[in-house]
Each structure stands twice: as structure tokens, then as C-alpha cells.
Design a protein around this ligand. Structure first.
Ligand code: GLC
Length: 458
């Protein structure tokens, strides 16, 4: 909600003054300090992403035009809707159900997620927090601080919470409309002063990091080669966030590390630098191998898009999602799995069903996911490995019909092997072979999707 005096505040904070003030807070972090800051995130391995905003209302349809695929959080651009038309049409319809945030948090918890990242502002520009910088926010639209509701509900479930914050803004009248950024047709840069928008961006982010207690992640999105880094006054923005939230983690999307979210491992390693953020985010993509020394998180949709789309029935199976999670973790990454709630905040039943299946699997097998690191061995034909001190976990996707599983062991001295699903930890017969171990398995797999065998070693 905007107070009248705030119009002048934007002007008062001249870029230079704020910049000098923020830079005083930059201090060099030791690698131990960084490891301590990253610890919960590396332990977590699995998070829930939520895309929800005004775009959840049209849900893939505008003026009779329908889109069956892809991110319909982009409908404003897809249908080229001017900002004022978009705002007028959608704001009056925005009526989130009471308690929706508890449903999100409970769903994340049930699935075994350790953190939840939600869109505090997507490219449409609508802010879920109570912003003094604009009237295009939840408080003005429906009299509620939805950011607070989501953060509080998530923390109440004992989960870490993060805000996805778009630096692109299709609503702000001064924001860049060009420089390679996607924009709504007909909008040009004529008469725009992007520095006014960047001040606004910084002020909104400051509201988020000062108004709601500890926030664990800021998930920036996104930049292009001609519009990145100092176009957003990125260093100053990151310093501002760290000043108020010294333990926070941020991704690297204030910079255009194209390879990091489109694919291609080598490009990513070349371009990545910890000055750009704490972790990188391959999008809709699992890298072929892990990346030494780089923290990464694959974000992925359950159907084809991020925001709710009533026409998109192209759902990945629970099997694919569980095996993706294992695949990502076996390479040392995190998996951030998206749900796109409906306009009123309720989660589509297809997503609930999948989160339940993942949760049931995690209840039995979470030990082979949380706190594990990348496999020390090449990926085997039958599944994946994850590892922890004194434990190697074999995740078997294809249960061997012959009853014997060939497992790599390198120079590990394996002392015991058992099924993670077996509460009694009954030892499996282990024989040394020329290139590893042969495990004698029961005829039936404990889990049709991925059965985990624990190999204890000294
Ligand atoms: C993108 C898209 C977007 C989505 C996101 C998730 O870059 O613009 O709609 O929120 O990535 O990774």
C-alpha cells in the first residue's frame, strides 16, 4: 500500500548516496563462512517452487485465445496486454482463499521438501508483499499481506523460505522495455528513465528483506546479455540484501549466465563466479554430470509451465519426478520442483497427488537424499548412487531379474549392505568381484520406482 510521502522518497535516495552506503557493508567472506551459510541448503537437496500471481487468474486464456503449453505466467506478453488493461481486468478478481499458504507449506512438508521458494513478484510486476512503493500490490488488491502469510506459514512448518523476485517488470512505467529483454508488444523505451525503476526495485527488495524476519533465499530472475549486472546495480542490490540478511542465499540470475539455465555444462563452468551469487540454476534441465565447486539447483515444472494453466494436462509421472530428484542429488545438485496454484491459491489435484507420492518415497528413503553428496562413481546402468560419510547409497531404478546387482566399490571397505526400506537392516549377501561387489537381492523390489540399498563402509 502506497503512502503519499513515498513518491518523494524514491527521489531522495539518489543512486550514488545509496550505493556508497551499501558498499560500506561489503566484506570478504572466508570459505568456511560461506560453507556455514550454504550448509542448510546443501543438506536440504529438495525444495518446492511456487509460481502464483495475477497470471493465475486467466490460467492460459485471454479474450478467447488459449495456450496449451508453456509458462502462462507470461500471458501478459503472450497476449500483449497493456499494463493498465491487465491491472484493471485482473486485480478485482484476485481473491485468495483463507489459509492457502498453510496448504502450500503443508504440501511442501508432506513431500519432504526442506524449503519453499515463491514468486513475490513475477514479470507482471504485481507484489505479494505490502509495498509502500506502489498500489500494484496484494494489500491494495485484497487488503492482505500475502508475502507475510506465505512466509509465516512456511516457517511454521519448520521450512526455510525464499522469494523469487523478478527484476523484469512489465508494469512499472519507467522500466526498461528493450535491451534484449522480453516485453509487451507496443511498449518502447521512449521517455522511460530506467534508473527510476531500478530505485523502485531496490526499495521493494529492501521492504522484503526488512519487513518479514529472516528470509533464507532471494531467487532473482532474469537477465540478458544486454541487460544484466550493473543494469540492475546488482552489486549494490546484493549488498543491500546481505546488509539486512547476512545469512541469506541468492542465485546468480542478476547476471546473464545463459548456459546456467538453458543447458550445457561446460559453458556454465566457464561463466560461473561466486561473485554473481551463491548458486546457479539450470532451468528445466538436469546437467549430465555434477559441477565441482559449483552449487547448483535444477528448477523444473510438473507439467509444461510454471504458472497455473487450465489447459496443460501434460504431467510428468511421479516416477519421472522421483527419479529426477535422485538423478539431481546423485550429481550434487538440489531439485526445486514447481507447483502452480490456481487463482484462489489452491494447489491443482494433479500436483498434490505427485507431491504425495514423492513424500511417501521420501518417508522411507529420505536418508539417501538429505545431507548426501554427489556419487563418487560413474552412474550405473541400473540407477544412481548418492553418498555420505561411511555410507554409499545405491538407488536401483531397474531391479535385476537375476537377483544380483553389480555395485562399484572403488577402495571402500564395505562392512554391511541392507535395504533402506528394511527396518531390521537384514544384511544382504555381498561378494567381491573383479570390478566391485555383487549383491544378492530379494526377488521383489521394495519400491517400483527406486529402491535404495545402503552400503556401510569404514
Ligand atoms: C524464467 C521465466 C519464468 C520462470 C522462471 C523459472 O526465466 O521467465 O517465467 O519464472 O524462469 O526458472
Amino acid at each position: 500500500m502506497k503512502k503519499l510521502i513515498m513518491a518523494t522518497t524514491v527521489v531522495l535516495f539518489s543512486a550514488g548516496g545509496l550505493r556508497a552506503a551499501e558498499q560500506r557493508h561489503v566484506k570478504v567472506e572466508s570459505s568456511q563462512e560461506r560453507d556455514a551459510r550454504m550448509a542448510w541448503w546443501r543438506e536440504a537437496r529438495f525444495g518446492m517452487f511456487v509460481h502464483w500471481g495475477l497470471y493465475s487468474i486467466p490460467a492460459g486464456e485471454w479474450n478467447g485465445n488459449k495456450w496449451e503449453k508453456g509458462g502462462l505466467e507470461w500471458i501478459q506478453k503472450r497476449a500483449n496486454i497493456p499494463a493498465d488493461v491487465y491491472e484493471k481486468a485482473l486485480v478485482p478478481q484476485f481473491k485468495p482463499k483463507d489459509g492457502f499458504a498453510e496448504e502450500w507449506a503443508k504440501t511442501a512438508k508432506m513431500a519432504g521438501c526442506k524449503y519453499l521458494v515463491f514468486t513475490s513478484k513475477h514479470h507482471e510486476g504485481f507484489a505479494l508483499h505490502d509495498s509502500k512503493q506502489t498500489t500494484f500490490d496484494a494489500m491494495d488488491a485484497c487488503g492482505r499481506d500475502l508475502f507475510k502469510e506465505i512466509v509465516d506459514a512456511t516457517k511454521a512448518e519448520g521450512l526455510k523460505v525464499g522469494a523469487y523476485h523478478s527484476v523484469i517488470d512489465w508494469h512499472h512505467p519507467q522500466a526498461y522495455a528493450g535491451f534484449g529483454l522480453p516485453t509487451v508488444k507496443g511498449v518502447t523505451n521512449e521517455g522511460r528513465d530506467n534508473s527510476v525503476y531500478v530505485d523502485y526495485l531496490h526499495k521493494q527488495v529492501e521492504e522484503i528483506v526488512t519487513g518479514y524476519g529472516p528470509i533464507d533465499v532471494i531467487w532473482w530472475d532474469f537477465s540478458k546479455p544486454n541487460c544484466q549486472g550493473e543494469s540492475w546495480r546488482a552489486k549494490e542490490l546484493m549488498a543491500l540484501v546481505r546488509k539486512h540478511q547476512p545469512n541469506i542465499l541468492m542465485n546468480d540470475r542478476l547476471y546473464a549466465a545463459k548456459a546456467s539455465f538453458i543447458g550445457g555444462n561446460s559453458g556454465l563452468l566457464k561463466e560461473w563466479s561466486s561473485e554473481r551469487g551463491d548458486f546457479t540454476t539450470p532451468e528445466q534441465h538436469i546437467p549430465d554430470t555434477g559441477m565441482d565447486g559449483v552449487d547448483w539447483e535444477t528448477c523444473m515444472t510438473m507439467n509444461t509451465g510454471w504458472g497455473f494453466n487450465q489447459f496443460d494436462h501434460n504431467w510428468k509421472s511421479s516416477k519421472v519426478l522421483i527419479q529426477n530428484l535422485v538423478d539431481v542429488v546423485s550429481k550434487g545438485g538440489n531439485y526445486l520442483l514447481n507447483i502452480g496454484p490456481k487463482a484462489d491459491g489452491t494447489i491443482p489435484p494433479e500436483s498434490i497427488e505427485r507431491m504425495k507420492a514423492i513424500g511417501a518415497w521420501m518417508d522411507v528413503n529420505g536418508d539417501a537424499i538429505y545431507g548426501t553428496v554427489a556419487s563418487p562413481f560413474e552412474k550405473p546402468a541400473w540407477g544412481r548412487y548418492t553418498a555420505k560419510p561411511h555410507r554409499l547409497y545405491a538407488h536401483v531404478f531397474d531391479w535385476p531379474a537375476a537377483g544380483t546387482l553389480a555395485v562399484a566399490s572403488g577402495n571402500l571397505n564395505v562392512t554391511k549392505a541392507y535395504l533402506l526400506a528394511d527396518g531390521k537392516k537384514a544384511g544382504l549377501r555381498v561378494e567381491k568381484t573383479a570390478d566391485g561387489l555383487a549383491l544378492a537381492l530379494p526377488a521383489k523390489a521394495p519400491d517400483a520406482i527406486a529402491s535404495v540399498i545402503v552400503l556401510e563402509h569404514d
